[in-house]
Design a binder for this molecule. Structure first.
Ligand code: GAR
Length: 206
């Protein structure tokens, strides 16, 4: 079966990218191949992770490119150059327009560090999600992998995994536990599910 060509979008540390690269090295992303890393931040450590793994990367900064349109055009060009068929948002902190997401129906995945529909949508990203969960006093949180459409965190849910909040948790401690016990596990699993589905459909010519 021909592997599905995957682009991973990042903005920061890239631990979820690392989980995907490790899954690929371990043969757990058997239906996909990571062919490109797109970073919205020139300084992202995720770019070093891509380089170490020998995966090409490109920086597309909304700020530097000046407009949403120019930003998305640069991303689309990079995707085309590398023949990417599927996108994984792994800590990508820029918004993508409906025009962009409509081009890849059920081909863009995102990992969100909470159990959607809790603590999600506009303004809920990164550490903020865990700050809000602790403020609200929830005892269980977790992570969600979902398809991406024009509604922030609004696409169909693929996988979720719960994680217990512990007494005395800081946002940082909770973020780390959610990553270790949920995100790094379900993101590669969901990526393989979707990559396998795309590969199967290609083989059947649809
Ligand atoms: C992860 O916790 C990811 O779920 C979150 O940002 C972090 C990125 O870490 N994403 C969002 O909040 C998106 N709404 P990483 O760069 O180490 O993978």
């Amino acid at each position: 079966m021909i592997k599905t060509r995957i682009a991973v979008f990042v903005s920061g540390g890239g631990t979820n990218l690392q989980a995907l690269l490790d899954a690929q090295a371990a043969g757990k992303l058997a239906s996909g191949q990571i062919v490109l890393v797109v970073s919205s931040q020139p300084e992202a450590y995720a770019l070093t992770r891509a380089e170490k793994a020998g995966v090409p990367s490109v920086v597309c900064s909304r700020k530097e490119l000046g407009s949403q349109q120019a930003f998305e055009a640069a991303i689309l060009q990079a995707l085309e150059e590398h023949g990417a068929e599927m996108i994984v948002l792994a800590g990508f902190m820029s918004i993508l327009s409906k025009d962009f997401t409509d081009r890849f129906p059920e081909r863009i995945l995102n990992v969100h560090p909470a159990l959607i529909p809790s603590f999600c949508g506009k303004g809920y990203y990164g550490l903020k999600v865990h700050e809000k969960a602790l403020e609200r006093g929830v005892k269980v949180t977790g992570a969600t992998v979902h398809f991406v459409n024009e509604i922030p965190d609004g696409g169909r849910i693929l996988l979720q995994k719960p994680v217990m909040v512990e007494d005395g948790d800081t946002p940082q401690a909770l973020q780390r536990r959610v990553m270790e016990q949920a995100e790094w596990i379900i993101l590669p699993q969901a990526a393989e599910m979707v990559a396998a589905d795309i590969a199967r459909r290609k083989e059947h010519g649809d």
